[in-house]
Design a protein. Sequence first.
Length: 278
Amino acid sequence: MSEIIWNEHIVEGTLNGEKVRFKCKYWSKDIYVEMIEPYQGENESLHIMYMVPRKYDETNWESRAWGLVKKIFERKNWESKNSDSIRERIEEGNRRMEIVAKHVKVLRDALHGVRKEQVSRKTKEQRIKEIKRNIREIEMIAFDEKERCWIYDAMHKKISWKGGLDWWKPPQDKSKIRVDIYLKQGKVYWGDVETWRRVYKIIMDRDDKAVAGIGDEFQHDFSCNDYSTANHIDMDKFKVYLENIYPFDIHTFDVWEEIGGNGSQWAAVVSKSVGVDV
């Protein structure tokens, strides 16, 4: 790709009777504003995907820039009226970040130890792969705790998305089942899933259901009831079962258990054995 050439401007004007000064830079697919006064350092941006036949240019950049400034004013006005609730959400986010950091450190220490183990190359590579996968998944939890990921939901008085239990395609091997583990948090905050959040999936032997803690079915109407059932699950048993297969995956559950807190619920969506491919 050729080097991107940004156009930069200092813009002055008024908004709602208040003097405004901000920096703006743009090229055909991105525009960015940063406040000088008021709200120094506050910023907003927009992006147009490359395949979309639209662009920012000299005919529209200024109106788009003022639109972003208006968003900043709306956000700061909302923040001034909701400071206590914002403080509570930030404190919860910090608590979750500490949980994530604790488990990521344990996994990174485990990664360091595995690299020193005297085992076969195949075994070592597999363990390293599993550890890195869990680190990525846990770090994604931390990413979602950034303020920009939940501030829109907070301003519009909603949870990020409703969530829910979903059916899934069963394995073609009839001796196997797909199990998806869902968590319903004891308390939800801005940016959280309102009901059931899927946190894990595994393909396992059908005969292992009981030893893995998968219990009785409970009533749930899927959009397609032919392929899955909703089941109670004993998470202590499931984690013991999992530890014998994918021991590093336990940390993902530990993180979600700590985040979910008191009153959390767990469920398993289990694939049925069907006679046709779907």
